[in-house]
Write a protein that binds this ligand. Structure first.
Ligand code: DQA
Length: 149
């Protein structure tokens, strides 16, 4: 059983209340519950975090270097601004999947660039909160493949 970090950036604590026409009605607690169910089905453990503070996300990535096998991350607005999160992810060796609930490419042009995509092994955008499930599945598949190599 390995540990997958699911990290969430600023304002995602308001999921379900915040612009539901863009981000849907599910709360972050709902997302966490679904992630935990899926992870245990796949034989993995999850550490699920959200913060509005960039340094906390960086600290969790550093923690993942010690005990994490993979990272699923929705960096929210830090996607488009944070070289520091990219640098932290570049120190992590396992699979990294970037998630966006909305299709950022269909939105304002300032959402089209992602620092995190320079490191992510895959990017999921516009599939709603289901993106988290798909991200966890992909990390699990990549971990299985790594083990066979
Ligand atoms: C987001 C997209 C970002 O552009 C935005 O700043 C967010 C959420 C998404 O999940 O669609 O906060 O990452």
């Amino acid at each position: 059983m390995s540990l997958i970090y699911v990290l969430n950036g600023p304002n995602l604590n308001l999921l379900g209340k915040r612009q539901p026409h863009i981000y849907g009605h599910e709360t972050l607690v709902d997302v966490e519950t679904d992630c935990r169910k899926l992870a245990s089905k796949l034989g993995h453990e999850i550490r699920f975090h959200q913060s509005n503070r960039e340094y906390e996300i960086i600290d969790w990535i550093h923690e993942a270097r010690e005990d994490g096998a993979g990272i699923v991350i929705n960096p929210a607005a830090f996607t488009h601004t944070s070289l520091a999160i990219l640098d932290a992810l570049n120190t992590f060796e396992g699979p990294v999947i970037e998630i966006h609930i909305s299709n950022v490419h269909k939105r304002e042009s300032f959402r089209h660039h992602s620092f995190v995509s320079h490191r992510a092994d895959g990017v999921i955008a516009g599939l709603g909160t289901e993106g988290y499930q798909l991200g966890i599945r992909r990390v699990a598949t990549m971990l299985k493949t790594e083990r066979k190599d």
